[in-house]
Design a protein around this ligand. Sequence first.
Ligand code: GDP
Ligand code: MG
Length: 306
Amino acid sequence: MSETSLPSGHRSGYVALIGRPNVGKSTLLNAYLGQSVAAVSPKPQTTRARQLAVLTLSNAQIIFVDTPGIHQAQHRLGKQMIETALEALRDADLLLVLFDLSRPPTDEDAQVAENVLEAGSDTPYLVALNKVDRVRPEHLQERWEFFEALLPSAAFMTTLSATRGDNRDLLLENLIGQLPEGPRYFPIDQITDLYERDIAADQIRAAAMQLLRDEVPYGLAVRIDEFKERGDEGAYIAATIFVERESQKGIVIGKGGAMIREIGTLARKEIEAMSGRKSYLNLRVKTLPGWTNDEQALQRLGVTRR
Ligand code: GDP
Ligand code: MG
């Protein structure tokens, strides 16, 4: 669609999604985009690199930047994730800050608020208190007031349920209302600027983290080794899962290969749902000691910002 055919008053811009891990950033993004672009996981820190997702509507185009959570750095990987998140804050037209209403506020929430105030002194921000479907009514007001005190100058603040849908449309309307007037920056059918292979890597990591739960904490990365189109047979994807310790390798593979097969099946289903075609996944596991602290290894694995 050419720019000239856009309605007058068309708005566009970059919206950075901020919030500590697990508050529901990817879930909200996926709900807006109607398909699984950002990997969602019941475990924090699935989203490692910065991801763009483009939502094109008749009157607006929003380019969402889903960032890794801002949290205390424990090792280099953590530091890099924070750097990526902070950069997204500085570049954005608008910040959307998510907090989790379903649990008591933490120091991390205060840290998130501090980062928002530091990075975007002129940038408007909106605050959404997510998981309202899970908050006990007697906690609602007290938590609302707490978060309001952390970020008192929000252009708009609301409760939200990214999963159930409460206030999702209302939030979107207000996001659009805060964006500057501007053209469509991306073609109408473009949902993400990530290559499909990167999304596949994200889905494999999410599947592994979901199935392994707490057994292999942060030391897990995925590299796509081959991504081939095979006509009617769909895509052939070969990937390596990297772990830090030999003992973790055994856990990822499982008894007689049971776990790695399960990870492959789950990831394949997600990839197929996302791409709308069949795919064949070939997974292997390698030990790469200390990779979370190794700058070069991180770059090789594609964990740095794309
Ligand atoms: P992110 O780390 O901020 O991207 O968080 P995710 O989007 O991966 O979500 C973390 C977990 O919270 C997942 O298990 C989601 O299903 C869950 N979740 C997200 N939004 C809601 C919500 O509104 N209500 C409830 N009950 N769970 C939610
Ligand atoms: Mg996420």
